[in-house]
Design a protein around this ligand. Structure first.
Ligand code: ADP
Length: 414
């Protein structure tokens, strides 16, 4: 470390020289000034760590020296030398910012001690200022980073907002498309389906009459009937798909109203099973119920859910087998479970199958036709009744779908 520079101001030369000698022995660099004027010049020409000045100078007041130090280098420590007679001016000097004072004639140890403390104080002050400067610098850096981060977050948020808007528009368009398409398709398909059924029935009657008259039934007509029956079945399928689209559209726009009445779930299940058994000769549909199970629900909508679950159980067990519909429940909840022995559902798809337009990744499931709307619609219907629907499946063990419904009148659809 460089030696500290000290200015000693005293017009008594012997005092100045003595102090100089003492301080130089401690390794300081000492400059002496024998008058106030000389002191001011020395302050102008060089910088000092500490100024030790007599207060009673011939040419000017020692306080002037202190003032000069404060103006030029506020970090420099000042210590005043004073006699008993001028203690009050020492007090003034302290008020002016002097660090300390020494009484003349001063004791060598006291002098060295006071100077050392003054220098130590200056070093601490410098360190403190340096730390403050470092902190300010760090603060400025952090502020810069913060501003940068804020800008980036704002930019990202703006982009996200834009994307959300775009997605909303697309979603809106998709809903409009589904709504318009399903409404526009519904009328012609309903008409086609109706006329086809009538035409098929007429032709069948015609064939029966021809047979009765023993004319034999013309093969050509019989073929036409067979073809028309296929067209009729496919039209029926088309009509069901359009109904699903209409339901989704109603659900999306909140237009699916529920009309609740008291319904016996066991009776309803038997009805559904009986009707669907005709379409599934390779399956055995069985209803198990210990007791009547009454709930307050929209009958048509819950029938639609049951229908959907049982049709799926049939569709996704192509080799046939039993489909068990169990009606039960406990406490204030009624429960219907539909179990098949079909292809089952991969564990990681058990939740996603209830999403709109979701179709399994499983190849065997993809071989079966469908739009992936049935379960989505069922879930919405069940939830609007305040109930819950979920699926369970073990590999190669088939699938079980559960529907839980509150026995009391659940919350009505919004
Ligand atoms: P989809 O019209 O495709 O049958 P759903 O919404 O009814 O639409 O079913 C969604 C998907 O869930 C189906 O594509 C199928 O992969 C799977 N799934 C539904 N029910 C069963 C079941 N009983 N067994 C196996 N997979 C099923």
């Amino acid at each position: 470390m460089a030696a500290e520079r000290i200015l000693v101001v005293d017009d008594e030369e012997s005092v100045a020289v003595t102090i100089q000698a003492i301080l130089e022995m401690d390794g300081h660099e000492v400059v002496t000034a024998a008058s106030g004027k000389a002191a001011l010049e020395a302050l102008r020409d060089g910088s000092f760590d500490l100024v030790l000045t007599d207060l009673r100078l011939q040419d000017l007041d020692g306080l002037r020296v202190i003032e000069a130090v404060r103006e030029r280098s506020p970090d420099t420590i000042t210590i005043v030398l004073t006699g008993y007679a001028s203690l009050d001016s020492a007090v003034r000097a302290l008020r002016e910012g002097a660090y300390g004072y020494l009484l003349k004639p001063c004791d060598v140890e006291e002098l060295r001690h006071t100077i050392a403390r003054g220098l130590e104080r200056r070093a601490l002050g410098q360190q403190l200022r340096q730390r403050v400067a470092e902190l300010e610098q760090a603060n400025a850096t952090i502020s810069g980073l913060n501003a940068d981060l804020e800008r980036r977050v704002e930019a990202a948020t703006a982009e996200l907002r834009q994307n959300v808007e775009r997605l909303k528009e697309l979603d809106e368009l998709k809903s409009q498309f589904i709504s318009i398409a399903s409404h526009e398709l519904k009328t012609p398909v309903t008409a086609m389906s109706g006329f086809l059924q009538v035409a098929v029935r007429r032709l069948q009657r015609f064939l029966a009459a021809a047979k009765a008259e023993a004319n034999g039934s013309p093969d050509e007509v019989r073929q036409v009937v067979a073809q028309l029956e296929i067209v009729s079945r496919q039209t029926g399928r088309l009509a069901r798909l359009i109904d699903e689209l209409l339901d989704v559209s109603r659900l999306q726009s909140g237009r699916l109203a529920l009309e609740k009445t008291e319904v016996d779930l066991a009776a309803l299940s038997r009805e559904v099973a009986e009707r669907l058994q005709h379409t599934a000769p390779r399956h055995v549909l069985r209803v198990h119920s210990a007791a009547p199970s009454s709930v307050v629900v929209d009958r048509d909508r819950i029938e639609q859910v049951l229908d959907n679950l049982v049709v799926n159980a049939i569709k996704y067990s192509p080799k046939g087998g039993p489909v068990d519909i169990e009606v039960g429940g406990e406490g204030d909840q009624a429960r219907i479970s539909v179990r098949d022995r079909g292809i089952g559902i991969p564990r990681d798809e058990l939740d996603s199958i209830f999403g709109p337009f979701y179709r399994s990744q499983d190849r065997r499931a993809r071989e079966v036709g469908g739009m992936g709307l049935g379960l989505h619609i069922s879930k919405e219907i069940v939830e609007r009744h305040g109930g819950r629907i979920w699926a369970e499946s073990e590999p190669r063990q088939g699938a079980t779908f559960h529907v839980a419904l509150p026995r009391k009148d659940g919350p009505r659809a919004a």
